[in-house]
Every structure is written in C-alpha cells, then in structure tokens.
Write a protein that binds this ligand. Structure first.
Ligand SMILES: [Zn+2]
Length: 299
C-alpha cells in the first residue's frame, strides 16, 4: 500500500476517533454535573470496570452497569456519554485483529477518488438509457457490468471498453467504481494521461522511493480504472513498458483493471505493442466490449 495514502487515511480515522471520544467526554461531564444520581451510577460503572480489569470475571456486570447509565441518560433526555464511533466494527481504529477494516478501505478509496479528479460518481440504479439509440443493448451491458462488480472475486480481471466519444464509457465507469466502493473495495480511478505523467515523472527521476511509491499507487488497489487509454503522451522506454508492467503485475496478483479507450484492439497493438494487446484480448482473463453509437457488440 502506498504509505502516504495509507497514513492520510489512518489520520482521517484517528481524527474521527478523537472527535467521537472528546464529544463523549463533554457529554459525560455535563451529565455528571447535572445529577448526583447519575454521578453515582457512573462511578459504579467505572469501579466495576476497574475491578474487571484487575481480576476479570465481571464482563457481564460491566455491561449491566453500562446499560443502567444508558437507561438513565435516555430517561433524562441526555445523549449517550459513550463515544459514537463512525465505525462500530473497529471503533475507528481501522483494523480488526490486524486486518484492515472496511472503513479504512473506504477512506483510502475516498482519497484516491478525490485525487483522480473524476468528480461525482454515478449509480447504476439512476442510469437513464433514453439518450441511447440502442437502449436494450445498453441495458444488457450495464447489467453485465453490474453483475461483474458484484462478483467476489471476479472471474475475469481485465475489462476493456472501447468506442468513440459520447457512447457513455465514462458514465459506465463511474457507475462501476461506485458499485465497487459500495462493496467496500479499494478503487483507484485515473486517466491514462495522468497515470502516464505520474510514471514518467517517477521513472525519469533517480529517486527510488518515488518510483516505488508511484508504482504502488497503481499496483495495490483492488480495482484500477484507466480512463481514455491512448490520450497520454508517450515517453520512449517508459510509457509502454510501465503500462505492460502494471497490467501484468495486476494480473499475477489477481487484481482487476478496467480500461476505457477510443482505440480498437488493432490500434492498441500498433500504438503500444503485442504484449499489451495480447493481454487485453486474452479471453481466459479479459472481457472486451466494443461500444458503437448505434450498434453495440459484446465480444
Ligand atoms: Zn472500521
């Protein structure tokens, strides 16, 4: 995982945790100061907790005392004095038993999406097909892609969506990204242009750390969307090789890549190379879809 992004995401979570705890602390003081009765209930609860920490065996009683506090608060119109974490599963720690919690994954994705500049994502459910001439086929394609997003893990790890401008590729991609995020996947959305710039910058530098961090951004996410392949300005010796490396490495790791492009597969072979075009048309691991304005062919 890219260290910078991971640190950023963890910081956001620990801010949320701190906030939840400091809000709880304020509410607690308020409740204690307002009622002697509550103060005693709360003291009982704390004593029981301390006793349990020392000698154990009082877990149930701690819970009972906590419920008594909650009951009093509710009856007296106070909000809970216990922290209201944004994630109930990990209490905003980001990890459960050493495994990354979905909430941390979500924060990572939020950062990646924000950096991508794609703006607002779309929902499959809200898609409007009236602007398409081939509505039925579009609906079929959307259903196919929606089902693919719900596969866990997907049987095919590369999706290639090609077709001219205005056939709805980017809209479809935004729906897919959103669906995957809702399934708690780590998703990165980039344009081929910006990914290429990023890689060229790193690989023309002599900074090994930068190279590693840059590559990780494209290798670690569970789903990588590369929009508009073919619009980047290729740098000899870097662009094509790095694209191949990313596609290949992701395939080996079983991670999915979704590419949109105006280029058909022959163009890809001509403008990149045989390795990349073969990777894309490999039927065992890829789904290639050609979108035409009127005539949509699923291949
Ligand atoms: Zn969590």
């Amino acid at each position: 995982m890219n260290k910078k992004i991971l640190t950023q995401a963890k910081n956001i979570l620990s801010q949320k945790k701190l906030q939840a705890e400091s809000n709880a602390e304020k509410r607690k003081i308020e409740a204690i100061n307002s009622s002697k009765q509550f103060k005693n209930l709360y003291q009982d609860y704390v004593n029981c907790m301390i006793e349990n920490a020392k000698n154990g065996g009082l877990k149930n009683q701690v819970e009972v005392k906590k419920q008594e506090c909650n009951k009093w608060l509710k009856n007296n119109n106070f909000s809970s004095i216990f922290p209201q974490y944004s994630c109930k599963h990990c209490e905003d720690n980001g990890y459960i038993d050493g495994k990354m919690c979905d909430c941390l994954k979500k924060e990572i994705t939020n950062i990646l999406i924000e950096q991508s500049g794609f703006g607002k994502l779309e929902k499959f459910e809200d898609s409007n097909f009236s602007k398409f001439q081939n509505q039925e086929e579009m609906k079929k394609l959307y259903t196919l892609m929606q089902n693919w997003c719900n596969q866990n893990p997907p049987t095919k790890t590369l999706i290639y969506l090609s077709g001219g401008t205005g056939v709805g590729k980017t809209h479809l991609v935004k729906c897919m990204a959103n669906a995957l995020i809702e399934n708690s996947k780590v998703v990165n959305l980039v344009t081929a242009f910006s990914m290429n710039q990023d890689l060229v910058k790193a690989f023309t530098s002599f900074d090994n750390d930068l190279r590693e961090q840059t590559l990780q951004k494209y290798l670690d996410c569970e789903y990588l969307f590369i929009d508009d392949l073919g619009t980047e300005i290729k740098q000899k010796g870097i662009s094509v090789n790095m694209l191949y490396l990313i596609l290949n490495e992701r395939k080996m790791r079983g991670l999915s890549t979704i590419i949109t492009s105006n280029l058909n597969i022959n163009d890809v072979r001509d403008q990149y190379d045989e390795r990349i075009s073969s990777r894309i048309i490999d039927k065992t691991t890829s789904i290639c879809i050609r979108l035409n304005g009127e005539d949509l062919r699923l291949k």
